[in-house]
Design a protein around this ligand. Structure first.
Ligand SMILES: Cc1ncc(C[n+]2csc(CCOP(=O)(O)OP(=O)(O)O)c2C)c(N)n1
Length: 467
């Protein structure tokens, strides 16, 4: 209410001051024109479908019947976290304190540029119709989740036609919870969904959708010796270029690095970002690979403990698959964070673990791991279990594309025959030990993931966290 009064007062004063922007409106000119940049932003930017879909049809193979559907999704487009906002603001203060005219790719700052974070209460949160910087922004997390719900109904609506009451699970981060709620809103009022908010506090231990948050054994710096080798002179080049064009500006390579995140989050908040136009295409490729490397060695196959972390959720999804005949519920929808999805995909074996990424150069041959392809904002990983005549199969759909298991894809639609799948899965989880490698017992005595089975009696309603 207060906000809308302030807005109308502001609007009125703009009218009186005669500053209504006439003619050239940046949003009209730019919204929708920067989609090429999004895949290079390490998953911080808006949702896009997995580009390498191999041409496999997403449709249920002919003559088959879906038996169970699971989905693990990331929350949608958001504002920066507190820590990322701090670094972005540091760069913004340098720019906003510059007293001369800007030249080159920073020229947009001469016009009436408004910094995209206008309210610190938005930090850590989804971008929404209410808090977006621009009414035309097509990339709000709210819209993404609602659209996802409609796409879910279009693709799999037959699975919920006769079962309109069911639970949806969300980790207790506020943005994750909000995404689940927008998804529920998008399903429409024919449904009676109970939103189960499962704690992602450390004390939740194994009963969580965010094993990474219950993992004191995880060490962010474990593979820094590898990551430090990556050549980051492209960041110095960016800073030097901007400083040369703008005498007296003292941007550092850290500022240059921050500008990529600024570009991504401004797209989420505003729908376009002049900051994205600062970079050359080569610089975008170098930044993007840096993001791939970091997540490969912190949350992917490059860090040996990750298979164990992802096993906490993967084991639960396997149990659900095995119970598909006896469990009343056929659809299991859950929302969590990007790192948790990367951990899960690592255990499944969907991220290539046969070629460790090199930090010595950008490997164009044989590198299939592009972080943004797997976990853009709003990422969604579906597990399909379907029966065709007498045989049953499993396959994964990542961000709208069927992504077959490398060594098990001879079934219809490049799926994996169910017994072969269980053998495959057993090998994947052999030797993993989430509780041990994460040292869970130091923060929690909860040793099992139970919420998929006891939600109806427990009713999960964890306190929301901004993390
Ligand atoms: C296995 C593991 N344990 C702990 C961490 C620490 N950690 C960093 S970010 C994060 C949660 C995800 O937050 P964010 O990167 O903001 O992802 P988003 O909410 O945008 O999906 C956790 C648990 C980690 N990355 N990986």
């Amino acid at each position: 209410m207060f906000k809308s009064i302030v807005c109308s007062v502001l609007a009125a004063s703009l009218v009186n001051a005669g500053t209504i922007p006439l003619g050239k409106l940046a949003d009209i000119a730019k919204i929708g024109t920067q989609e090429d940049v999004i895949p290079y932003l390490g998953g911080a930017g808006p949702y896009f479908s997995f580009p390498g879909d191999y041409g496999i049809s997403r449709d249920l193979p002919e003559g088959c019947e879906m038996k169970q559907l699971q989905m693990v999704g990331r929350h949608g487009e958001r504002y920066p976290t507190y820590s990322k906002a701090k670094t972005i603001k540091k760069t913004w203060y340098k720019l906003s304190n510059y007293t001369r005219q800007f030249n080159g790719s920073l020229t947009f700052l001469n016009d009436d540029y408004e910094f995209f974070i206008t309210d610190d209460n938005d930090l850590e949160m989804e971008t929404t119709f209410a808090n977006t910087d621009d009414v035309l922004n097509p990339y709000t997390g709210e819209m993404d989740a609602k659209r996802h719900a409609r796409e879910f109904l279009q693709q799999y609506g037959y699975m919920v036609e006769n079962k309109t009451s069911f639970p949806i699970f969300a980790a207790s981060s506020e943005r994750v919870h909000d995404t689940a709620q927008y998804f529920i809103d998008g399903l429409g009022d024919s449904f009676n969904i109970s939103l189960q908010t499962v704690s992602e506090a450390m004390s939740a231990g194994a009963n969580t959708l965010s094993a990474g948050n219950a993992c004191p054994g995880w060490d962010e710096d474990a593979n820094d010796d590898i990551l430090d080798e990556y050549d980051t002179t492209y960041l110095n080049d960016i800073a030097n270029r901007l400083n040369k064009e703008n005498k007296g500006l003292n941007l550092t390579s850290d500022d240059a690095n921050t500008l990529f995140a600024w570009c991504a989050y401004e797209l989420n908040a505003r729908g376009y970002s002049d900051v994205c136009d600062i970079f050359t295409k080569d610089e975008l490729v170098r930044y993007s690979y840096g993001q791939d490397l970091t997540s490969f060695y912190q949350d992917g196959p490059g860090y040996d403990m990750i298979k164990s972390v992802g096993a906490n959720l993967f084991n639960a999804t396997l149990k659900l698959l095995k119970q598909s005949e006896t469990e009343d519920l056929k659809v299991w929808l859950s929302f969590t964070h990007d790192t948790d999805i990367l951990n899960y995909l690592t255990t499944i074996g969907i991220i290539d673990d046969k070629n460790n990424l090199t930090a010595e150069y950008v490997p164009f041959m044989g590198n299939t791991f592009h972080k943004s392809w797997y976990v853009p904002q709003g990422a969604r990983v579906y597990t399909e279990k379907f029966q065709c005549t007498n045989d049953t199969y499993v396959r994964y759909v990542v961000n709208d594309a069927v992504v077959p298991l490398e060594t098990c894809s001879t079934g219809p639609g490049f799926s994996c025959e169910i017994n072969d799948f269980y053998d495959y899965a057993e090998k994947r989880v052999a030797g993993t030990d989430f509780l041990k490698v994460c040292n869970v017992s130091s923060v929690s005595n909860v040793t099992e993931l139970t919420f998929y089975w006891d939600w109806n009696t427990t009713h999960y309603n964890a306190t929301l966290l901004k993390q």
